[in-house]
Design a protein around this ligand. Structure first.
Ligand SMILES: Nc1ncnc2c1ncn2[C@@H]1O[C@H](COP(=O)(O)OP(=O)(O)O)[C@@H](O)[C@H]1O
Ligand SMILES: [Mg+2]
Length: 404
């Protein structure tokens, strides 16, 4: 057996997750995905040379990544049985397009096991590691943060910014962080199309019986995006809102808050009887405006009306100015002018970047995945930072109010 390739040395103080990786063709992709990440220590073995499972001497690893040799797929079931015997609590990720049925059966018998199809993105792999290490019952139940986005006028950018926020929160989160993007536009939701994921959210089926919604059902509703976060989105339906009720929406978000660390919500502009509850229960209630006089006036009026309606719950809308253009010919509105029209300060502004925005939707990925240095990405990172500061000042998450 060859010497293990100690890819990254442990940090003093013993922080990083020790991953025992027994891999064939996915070896390079795994190395690349975890390169330069101080949170992981990767111990690599070549699957082809590992007739027996290469257990390290001494301390057990924190996670096993395993891929059978392409010429001997059946070896995977043998290895997994050994893991099930020796360390049934150890999280295991099996990598492969079509894993043998016998291996999948053993994988499912483990306390925390999952399969990672090929190819995977670096953030997708990290999300899978996070999910499998977050064994059921160990998730935080009170720490989830909810970020709600609503547009002041159609096309202002709520969906774009909600998607980018989910992506940035996922990218920035440490091991164990899980992020969900929930599209509550049951009439004309765009998240499925923008992210090229299946619309698996069947909330209408649970509307008469919201208590049916539990972690297992959320798992079935959620579509994992290759970038690593989950998307909960329903198929577009002309009468979508008629089939949904406040109880179902509240329960959906409440259960999401027990599973995920961040729940990013794309809200419809047309007020539903649950919209105020969602906004008031969110840690950040964001109203997106564009930089035109009519949009700013719409944002001013909508923020004021929502705050009046939600006064009992202390609802405060945070206005974000989207598609800020450089003032070249004197036609565009500056932040100072926009704030004057709004009659209040905006919490952030996002630069205009049509090229990246179009590429992102055409490729089914967030803007930050196309170019992490794009204006949209950098400005959303700044927005998250600012809103997070506000959240820290206002104490623990308010997510528990959602379903009340
Ligand atoms: N900062 C931005 N720069 C350039 N284009 C943007 C920006 N934000 C949004 N867009 C584009 O504007 C259009 C409307 O955005 P969208 O997020 O769908 O709005 P909403 O959800 O508020 O209706 C989309 O084509 C989107 O790609
Ligand atoms: Mg939208």
């Amino acid at each position: 057996m060859p010497e293990p390739d100690a890819y990254q040395t442990p940090e003093p103080g013993g922080g990083p997750v020790h991953i025992l990786a027994v891999l064939d063709s996915a070896g390079d992709a795994v190395k690349a995905a975890l390169a330069g990440q101080p949170g992981y220590r990767l111990e690599m073995h070549d699957a082809n040379s590992s007739a027996c499972f290469p257990w390290p001497a001494g301390r057990q690893p924190d996670l096993i990544l395993v891929e059978p040799p392409s010429a001997d797929q059946d070896r995977l079931a043998t290895w997994l049985r050994e893991v099930a015997d020796k360390a049934p609590d150890l999280p295991v990720l099996a990598i492969g397009g079509q894993l043998p049925v016998a291996a999948v059966r053993v994988l499912l018998s483990l306390r925390s096991g999952n399969a990672v199809p090929l190819p995977f993105t670096p953030s997708g792999l990290k999300a899978q590691i996070a999910a499998v290490m977050h064994a059921p019952g160990e998730t935080e139940t009170d720490g989830a943060r909810c970020w709600s986005f609503m547009s002041a006028v159609g096309g202002a950018g709520a969906t774009t910014l909600a998607i980018e926020t989910a992506y940035q929160l996922h990218t920035a989160s440490a091991i164990g962080g899980r992020v969900a993007l929930v599209d509550l536009n049951f009439l004309d939701g765009a998240c499925a199309a923008c992210l090229d994921v299946p619309a698996n959210l069947r909330l209408d089926e649970a509307a008469d019986n919201p208590e049916r919604i539990d972690a297992a059902l959320i798992d079935a509703f959620a579509s994992p995006h290759p970038c690593g976060f989950d998307v909960l989105v329903a198929a577009r339906f002309l009468f979508g809102f008629e089939r949904i009720n406040a109880g179902a929406v509240g329960r959906l978000l409440d259960v999401c808050c027990t599973i995920y660390d961040h729940v990013v919500i794309d809200l419809p502009r047309w007020l539903q009887d649950w919209s105020l509850d969602v906004l008031a229960g969110s840690d950040a209630a964001i109203l997106v405006s564009e930089l035109t006089v009519p949009a700013l006036h719409a944002a001013r009026d909508l923020a004021q009306s929502l705050e009046e309606e939600g006064a009992e719950d202390g609802l405060h809308m945070q206005i974000v100015l989207n598609r800020m253009a450089k003032r070249v010919f004197g036609h565009s509105i500056t932040v100072a002018e926009a704030q004057k029209a709004l009659g209040r300060k905006a919490v952030g502004s996002i630069g205009s970047d049509w090229d990246i925005a179009v590429q992102a939707v055409n490729y089914g990925v967030p803007a930050g995945h196309i170019n992490p240095k794009s204006k949209i990405s950098k400005d959303v990172q700044m927005l998250i930072k600012t809103l997070h500061q506000h959240m820290l000042k206002s104490g623990p998450g308010t997510s528990q109010r959602l379903a009340s």
